[in-house]
Design a binder for this molecule. Structure first.
Ligand code: GLA
Length: 399
């Protein structure tokens, strides 16, 4: 994609940031990058600041040997803390944990995978490392030279700068914020390398309404997840209603997966995965792959469950009903089918009955349980599942 194909729609300038917004024609964007929600692995949730080149290589190896790559987990994403300082020419160097980023990219590519990296539009990342502020083109070019395929761009230290520059003027803050994201987008496009662009500013300023305008293929819709049922469920269950902003090429991102990190139960991780696939969320595993149990691998790679997330229609699911702690969500799939999830957010096991009419099907529709792999008898046009506390059932319904 070349700059000549961009449409520039607004022009404002500020002292340090240009606010000229250029929008790619939607059809062109959609078909090229992130046609389905990105899938892969990211270093942050398990390794945080400890991640090294060796950890990334080992993770790439396991993504292949475990079957995760074949299940769709393609992006291997280095999060914060790979950065050292800039030299006199402004070139950002890697720190001793990442001695040779190009060699690492070559290694990851040799495995049939793609490499992602992380930066900030501010001078410092959230971990206090060097960000891309005023070095956007230089950094984007370096990423492309290394062979980077994905950039997570995290607001961090830009916030206070924008506060100062906008001096309490919310509209101005917002324009500058968009300009900062657009600036890196243009820099990435100018490299000529397809690089998935992941906006991370925690869902402020209704980013879902403008993420596409600044070239985002995905945008975080919330603050950080952690490995607890409370945090995961607060984030996940508040996503209903954002579906109109998701489409092939552009996804709401309720943050990375915690599946397998150890602090949730089997049923809670199943709920996490079920909810994320219903949401057409990016699926970025965040666990220590070297210690992955067969149970975690099965949760992450169930073919039929992942297929719900990756359905080519690209529709995000939504809540159909809630009665106390019991919720029913649906996600339309291509070919007229639907994925329907039954969630029990309560503290005790509970039956949940699904009336097929409530999700748009008639008696006689075929119901298949995607986690168990078994057909479900819906005699009389409904069925009742026994759903564990904090658990979920996921079915696919076809006419
Ligand atoms: C922020 C992001 C996280 C992670 C850290 C890294 O908190 O939201 O996902 O990238 O920064 O410092």
């Amino acid at each position: 994609m070349h700059l000549s194909k961009l449409f520039c729609i607004v022009a404002v300038t500020a002292s340090t940031l240009s606010a000229t917004f250029c929008v790619l024609p939607l059809a062109a964007q959609s078909s090229e990058l992130a046609a389905t929600p990105p899938m892969g692995w990211n270093s942050w949730n398990h390794f945080a600041e400890r991640v090294t080149d060796a950890d990334v290589r080992a993770s790439a190896d396991i993504i292949v040997s475990s079957g995760m790559r074949d299940a769709g987990y393609i992006y291997v994403n280095i999060d914060d803390t790979w950065e050292a300082e800039r030299d006199a020419q402004g070139v950002l160097h890697t720190n001793s944990k990442f001695p040779d980023m190009k060699a690492l990219a070559d290694y990851v590519h040799s495995k049939g995978l793609k490499l992602g990296i992380y930066s900030s539009p501010g001078p410092k990342t959230c971990g206090g490392y060097a960000g891309s502020y005023q070095h956007e083109e230089q950094d984007a070019k370096m990423y492309a030279d290394w062979g980077i395929d994905y950039l997570k761009y995290d607001l961090c230290s830009l916030g206070p700068i924008l506060d100062k520059e906008s001096n309490g003027d919310r509209a101005k803050y917002f324009e500058l914020e968009k300009a900062a994201y657009d600036k890196m987008h243009k820099a990435l496009v100018a490299t000529g390398r397809p690089i998935v662009y992941s906006l991370c500013q925690y869902g402020f300023d209704n980013v879902w309404e403008w993420g596409t305008q600044v070239g985002g293929n995905l945008w975080r819709t919330t603050g950080d997840i952690n490995d607890t049922y409370d945090r995961m469920s607060v984030i996940g269950f508040q996503q209903s209603g954002l579906g109109k902003y998701a489409a092939p090429g552009h996804w709401n991102d309720p943050d990375m997966l915690e599946v397998g990190n150890g602090k949730m139960s089997f049923d809670e991780y199943r709920t996490h995965m079920t909810l994320w696939v219903i949401l057409a969320a990016p699926l970025l595993a965040g666990n220590d792959l070297s210690k992955m149990t067969p149970e975690t691998l099965a949760t992450l790679t169930n073919h039929d469950v992942v297929a719900v997330d990756q359905d080519k229609l690209g529709m995000q699911g939504y809540r159909v009903s809630s009665v106390g702690p019991l919720e029913i969500w649906e996600k339309p799939l291509s070919g007229g089918a639907k994925a329907v999830a039954l969630f029990n957010r309560g503290e005790s096991v509970s039956p949940i009955t699904l009336d097929l009419k409530a999700v748009g099907f008639k008696q006689g529709a075929k119901v298949h349980d995607l986690w168990s792999g078994k057909d479900v008898m819906a005699t009389g046009g409904s069925f009742t599942a026994t759903v564990p506390s904090h658990g979920a059932v996921l079915v696919k319904i076809t006419k």
